[in-house]
Ligand binder design. Structure first.
Ligand SMILES: Nc1ncnc2c1ncn2[C@@H]1O[C@H](COP(=O)(O)OP(=O)(O)O)[C@@H](O)[C@H]1O
Ligand SMILES: N[C@@H](CCOP(=O)(O)O)C(=O)O
Length: 355
């Protein structure tokens, strides 16, 4: 039996980068990789088989109607009139991105699922269309855009026409239904088609000497919970505070050599971090005690995505910067892991593997 084999590679991300709440994301050098095999002769099980290796894989559902990767792939297929997976598909997911830590594990899974759906349906969608499908699931563009295109990225959601607003406003449960245990390929109505051109982005420059220190507490904080503590409205003062910093930050991080004083202040935020402090013991102390003067080499420090990971951008002294963050978390009885990561400039890619 001949089998076509593919590899799908998607990077981790750090979203927000201080003042860029729901706007900015950076792709980082940890990845989710799928090895996908598809029999060419259409034989095999009607349902894909899934296996995992790597981080946090013990509790991932392996039913293709429960697993996030395959549910997203099925959404892309069904939105385009294909109601079932091709027969005999096997997926091996290898994961390096810790779940629920603010390093974009779900964004990476959504992008991997969109690319999987595109591959299985043979659609060959352009990047902008892949992003539309991802945004119908994830709904904030910062981490999925960076995971898809790589690098340091800013993005916005287009103001939609009335019809498109209706199509994009369908409840997530309709886009990604929780399939019942006995669901088969023909279960339920097909989901709505995604409006076109929902997300738009630009890639900023990045000074090559800047690396990302990710200090990852050993507890999960669901993004939904961390978004749940944010207010609906903000004062003009706080919005202006963030806008001023964001405008400076996007160019400052591209300049070589980086200006630590400028970046440190430009990475401050008033629209998400202060509200998330109660969910992450030690966050307030970390944000106020580590500075570019107390720790030479440090450029700026913020929450990574929705947390609880801390992102410190630095050019030097990675170990001592990480050690201080580790120490502060320890005073709160929180164990952590830490890594120095590079910026991934390639984004997501799909490769056919020779048999
Ligand atoms: N590779 C994956 N395969 C299946 N599900 C995943 C994968 N990665 C993440 N998830 C799901 O996404 C959840 C984490 O999402 P979220 O709370 O948004 O945190 P994060 O900040 O890591 O994106 C996990 O608990 C899991 O349910
Ligand atoms: N802008 C979002 C980003 C969430 O990123 P994640 O990696 O924590 O899923 C937010 O801050 O809620």
């Amino acid at each position: 039996m001949s089998v076509r084999k593919y590899k799908i590679h998607v990077p981790a991300t750090t979203a927000n980068v201080g003042p860029g709440f729901d706007v900015c994301g950076i792709a980082l050098s940890l990845s989710l990789t799928l090895d996908v095999s598809i029999p060419s002769d259409g034989t095999g099980d009607v349902n894909p088989t899934i296996e995992y290796s790597g981080l946090d894989s013990a509790n991932v559902p392996l039913s293709p109607y429960k697993n996030l990767l395959t549910r997203v792939a099925l959404y892309v297929l069904r939105a385009n009139g294909i109601t079932a997976f091709p027969r005999g598909v096997h997926i091996h997911a290898h994961n390096e991105i810790p779940f629920g830590r603010g390093l974009g594990s779900s964004g990476a899974a959504v992008i991997a699922g969109v690319l999987l759906g595109d591959l299985l349906g043979g659609f060959k969608f352009p990047t902008a269309r892949l992003l539309d499908y991802a945004l119908m699931v994830e709904r904030h563009p910062d981490n999925v855009t960076a995971a898809l295109v790589g690098g340091f990225v800013g993005s916005y959601l287009r103001e939609l026409s009335e019809d498109d607003i209706k199509a994009a406003a369908v409840p997530l449960a309709e886009v990604l239904p929780e399939f019942p245990p006995d669901a088969g390929p023909d279960w339920g109505p097909n989901p709505p088609q995604a409006p076109g051109g929902i997300g738009h982005y630009v890639r900023f420059g990045w000074a090559p000497e800047i690396k990302a220190i990710a200090v990852m507490p050993r507890f999960e904080l669901a993004t939904a919970k961390s978004r749940g503590v944010l207010p609906e409205t903000y004062s003009r003062k706080d919005m202006v505070f963030n806008l001023q910093r964001l405008a400076v930050l996007t160019t400052a991080l591209a300049r070589s050599p980086p200006d630590a004083e400028l970046i440190y202040e430009a990475m401050k935020d008033r629209i998400h971090q202060p509200y998330r402090v109660p969910l992450i013991p030690g966050l307030q102390t970390i944000l106020s005690e580590l500075t570019y003067t107390s720790h030479p080499g440090l450029l700026g420090i913020c929450l990574s995505g929705a947390g609880p990971t801390i992102l410190a951008l630095a050019t030097d002294n990675f170990e001592s910067i990480a050690a201080e963050i580790v120490r502060i978390f320890k005073t709160e009885n929180i164990e952590v892991d830490w890594k120095v990561l590079d910026v991934d400039t390639k984004g997501s890619w799909v490769e056919e593997i020779d048999a």
